[in-house]
Ligand binder design. Structure first.
Ligand SMILES: Cc1cc2nc3c(=O)[nH]c(=O)nc-3n(C[C@H](O)[C@H](O)[C@H](O)COP(=O)(O)O)c2cc1C
Length: 259
């Protein structure tokens, strides 16, 4: 059976997980979710999946927008795989909610724990711990592929009541900010004006003005610009100055840029 993966990835975890599952499945096409693919028309096979990083207990805005733009047949087998540091919380049900507006629903969902890339809150995962997570992720992605290959159906239990309310308000408060959080990015004197940040931004939100990056209010907060900057010239306010930078070791900048 043919499968199309639509993935969003700032630092490579979700791309790596997509590749691993696709490798085990065979006959799979990987399509990045970005400002270019958002405006394209996509022909969908019988099986499609969304792979994404969990943001503030939910999904990146562009993932919601992308799913809304698709024409999906109700009989399509649809899976979602979240990559995350801690828990998947509301993320799969947010995807299911968008699908329900298209008379479709999630057939299967799973999550893979990976190093956290939100260095605004915490430092990077130490290398030894990263290696443990990558090994576990390899086993988990194999298992996910086997389950998807069997067209296994995993009923999604939507969180309701006070818990859903609290998680929802956390998501809205920290993520649904009019105009985004662009104004927090700061460029220091290490900037060589190479333009990598503008190239890597999945939503084309960064342009170079007299050689320096300028953000334009559409930031998804994927932090690709900050993590991939070759000279560590980008910070998020002062919070990331003393913290490390991360990207998945089997994903390089071209893999993200060539999207
Ligand atoms: C803005 C932002 C918010 C995040 N929020 C969460 C979260 O609520 N829960 C969690 O477990 N991980 C969270 N993370 C960590 C990412 O989900 C995780 O590192 C993911 O694997 C990154 O995927 P990527 O490399 O494909 O971008 C967050 C990361 C970012 C950048």
């Amino acid at each position: 059976m043919n499968t199309t993966f639509f993935y969003f990835s700032g630092t490579g975890n979700s791309l790596f997980v997509s590749r691993e599952i696709a490798r085990h499945l065979g006959n799979a096409v990987l399509i990045p979710i970005n400002s270019k693919t958002l405006t394209m028309k996509h022909e969908l096979p019988e099986r499609i999946g969304f792979v994404f990083p969990v943001y503030f207990c939910g999904i990146p805005n562009i993932v919601r927008e992308f799913i809304s733009s698709l024409s999906i047949k109700p009989e399509t087998y649809i899976f979602s795989v979240g990559t995350l540091k801690g828990g998947d919380y509301l993320s799969h049900q947010q995807i299911d909610d968008v699908l329900s507006t298209k008379n479709a629903k999630l057939s299967y969902h799973a999550s893979v724990v990976m190093p956290g890339n939100y260095q605004i809150f915490y430092d990077i995962t130490p290398p030894a711990k990263q290696a443990v997570l990558f090994n576990k992720a390899k086993a988990k992605t194999k298992q996910i592929a086997e389950e998807i290959n069997n067209n296994q159906v995993v009923e999604l239990k939507h969180k309701t009541g006070l818990l859903a309310k609290l998680l929802g308000s956390y998501y809205r408060k920290l993520y649904q900010i009019p105009g985004g959080k662009d104004y927090n990015f700061a460029v220091n004197t290490a900037c060589t004006k190479c333009g990598s940040c503008a190239k890597i931004c999945p939503v084309s939100n960064i342009t170079m003005d007299k050689g320096s990056p300028v953000w334009h209010g559409k930031c998804q907060l994927c932090l690709a610009c900050l993590h991939w900057c070759p000279t560590r010239a980008i910070d998020f306010s002062t919070k990331t100055i003393k913290r490390g930078r991360y990207h998945h070791p089997e994903v390089n900048m071209e893999d993200i840029v060539s999207n």
